[in-house]
Design a protein. Structure first.
Length: 187
């Protein structure tokens, strides 16, 4: 864990998070705060209106449960024991797709954008996928989320598809950009 105003986040995995009762008890509430604030600010996270506390708690409980059996990975970034970001991937459920996973969510508190939290979370999740034997890690992002798209490209993801004007937010339409990193092609 960081100390005394450090700018580098501590990036915990699911086991680290659940082994600290204080962090685990506050995790869903803190994650809800981050998601709600980001969605209100127009972030491209899949919600038009902020999710409810119960929806976030249920989602994160499911991810943690799957992480403990190797079908997901969850990472949480803390600065001085304050959650500032989290992300997770989920293994595809279909038997024919089991070697693959989808990077579902990276959410970083707006107060710390630009400080490397998203990069630290994504890098850790990529490492988790490799270590778990995932062959292809996929994700999708809204086309106007240029910061995230740049981050993903810089970490080895490549675009494999685009659905033009697929995402509807009120009257606005955005592309859905599909990215992947194929670990089978890397040494």
């Amino acid at each position: 864990m960081t100390s005394g105003g450090s700018t580098r986040p501590a990036v915990l995995d699911a086991r680290d998070l659940t082994s600290d009762p204080d962090l685990e008890a506050r995790f869903a509430e803190s994650a809800h705060r981050i998601l709600a604030d980001l969605v209100v600010g127009g972030a491209a996270l899949g919600w038009v209106e902020p999710p409810s506390r119960d929806e976030v708690a249920e989602l994160l409980g499911r991810v943690l449960s799957l992480a403990h059996v190797g079908d997901a990975a969850l990472r949480a970034a803390y600065l001085d024991r304050r959650l500032v970001g989290f992300g997770y991937w989920l293994r595809y459920a279909r038997p024919t797709h089991r070697p693959h996973a989808d990077l579902e969510k990276i959410a970083v508190d707006a107060e710390v954008h630009g400080r490397g939290v998203g990069r630290a979370l994504t890098t850790a999740l990529i490492a988790d996928a490799r270590e778990t034997g995932i062959e292809v890690l996929t994700l999708d992002a809204r086309g106007d989320n240029t910061g995230a798209l740049h981050l993903y490209r810089s970490l080895g993801f490549s675009e494999y598809g685009r659905l033009t004007d697929f995402v509807a937010v009120g009257e606005h339409r955005f592309d859905k950009v599909l990215y992947m990193v194929d670990f089978r092609r890397r040494s």
